[in-house]
Design a protein around this ligand. Structure first.
Ligand code: PEP
Ligand code: MN
Length: 352
């Protein structure tokens, strides 16, 4: 349920409501709007008695039930867009953000070279996988912590904040030490123990949609993270499994427009995994701007034909730069702009 406080209530009255909710085994999550404070009260069972009791407390204007199964992730709880600030980049403020990098981190040189190219072309966030979920156990599964070190070196060199996937509960602490944004991969969207764990980390989490995840299941997965106190969740549409096999997945652009309506969380589009073909990345990236995505995640590799994973969907540096340039006419037509890049002061001058 939502507890709408009167305008200008003193903090003690807000605290009294939070204490009363706790007594009733409910968790109170604050959303401070421009005008008033709203408390989202979530828990397994909301007793109608408690609803009435809260409604009579001083400073409470009204109490209303939340109709959707996801509570904190929905616009009922928070009508205004969530903006996530990471390493000098704002995600979700109406501007468009580009996350890019290789599927897998292969070496320090590979990562640093790619980071330079991503930054030079106008990218905002550097990606790279150190723990790779692969369909075959014989495929390259990532460099683990060594890879995370290469990613950190590339961040220092380029000044770009970094995002990387965490696959296991026991790796969350390690990955969070290196990453600016934690990525939950499609295959782990409903790994509820992992969602609980990243919900306790004070860093943004990008939650990819599962291969066969419905939009409701996806938002409920975001709810798991938020219910633990971490409200910095970014959603990522990366294509779903359908009967169509001509593309690797079917990129669900309608989901982006719908999620923008249902949720206040930022949403990123991944046309690389969404299509599996590098030639389709640019057109789908432009379409993502048009449908209102807050940004892109794309795979880039210095030599896609030598990539240890996902080469077929990876852009060369040149094609990546051309893709970024191609976004401008679409974003300008829609009165949007590419987000400013992170400040140069984030670059570590000791790195050459
Ligand atoms: C990835 O981003 O490299 C990845 C494995 O993505 P997904 O979880 O969407 O398949
Ligand atoms: Mn990949």
């Amino acid at each position: 349920m939502l507890v709408i406080m009167e305008t200008g209530v003193p903090p003690v009255q807000v605290q009294a409501v939070l204490d009363r909710l706790k007594e009733a085994n409910l968790e109170g999550h604050l959303s401070a709007g421009a005008e008033r404070i709203v408390i989202g009260a979530v828990g397994r069972v909301v007793d109608p008695e408690i609803r009435t009791a809260i409604g009579t407390m001083t400073g409470v204007e009204s109490v209303i039930p939340i109709s959707r199964p996801y509570k904190l992730a929905g616009r009922e709880f928070k009508p205004r867009d969530t903006i996530i600030e990471v390493g000098g980049v704002r995600i979700g403020d109406g501007s468009f953000v580009v996350m890019a990098g290789p599927c897998s981190i292969e070496s320090e040189e590979h990562m640093v070279t790619t980071a330079r190219a991503v930054a030079a072309a106008g990218g905002h966030v550097l990606r790279g996988g150190a723990f790779k979920p692969r369909s075959s156990p014989y495929a390259f599964r990532g460099l683990g912590e060594e890879g995370l070190k290469h990613l950190a070196a590339a961040r220092a060199e380029s000044g770009l904040p970094v995002i990387t996937e965490v696959m296991a509960v026991e790796d969350v602490e390690l990955v969070a030490r290196y990453a600016d944004i934690l990525q939950i991969g499609a295959r782990n969207m409903q790994n509820f123990n992992l969602l609980d764990e990243v919900g306790c980390v004070p860093k943004p989490v990008m939650l990819k949609r599962a291969l066969s995840g419905t939009i409701e299941e996806w938002l409920l997965a975001a709810e798991y993270i938020m219910a633990r106190g971490n409200h910095e969740v970014i959603l990522c549409e990366r294509g779903i499994r359908t009967f169509e096999t001509a593309t690797r997945n079917t990129l669900d652009l309608a989901a982006i427009a719908l999620v923008k309506d249902l949720s206040h969380l930022p949403i990123i589009c991944d046309p690389s995994h969404g299509t599996g073909r590098w030639k389709l990345v640019q057109p789908m990236a432009r379409a993502a701007v048009a449908v209102g995505a807050d940004g892109l995640m794309v795979e880039v590799h210095p030599r896609p034909d030598h990539a240890l994973s996902d080469g077929a969907q990876s852009l060369t540096f040149e094609n990546f730069a051309a893709m970024v340039r191609s976004l401008s006419p679409v974003s300008e037509a829609l009165n949007r702009r590419l987000a400013p890049q992170p400040p140069a002061s984030r670059r570590d001058p000791s790195v050459v």
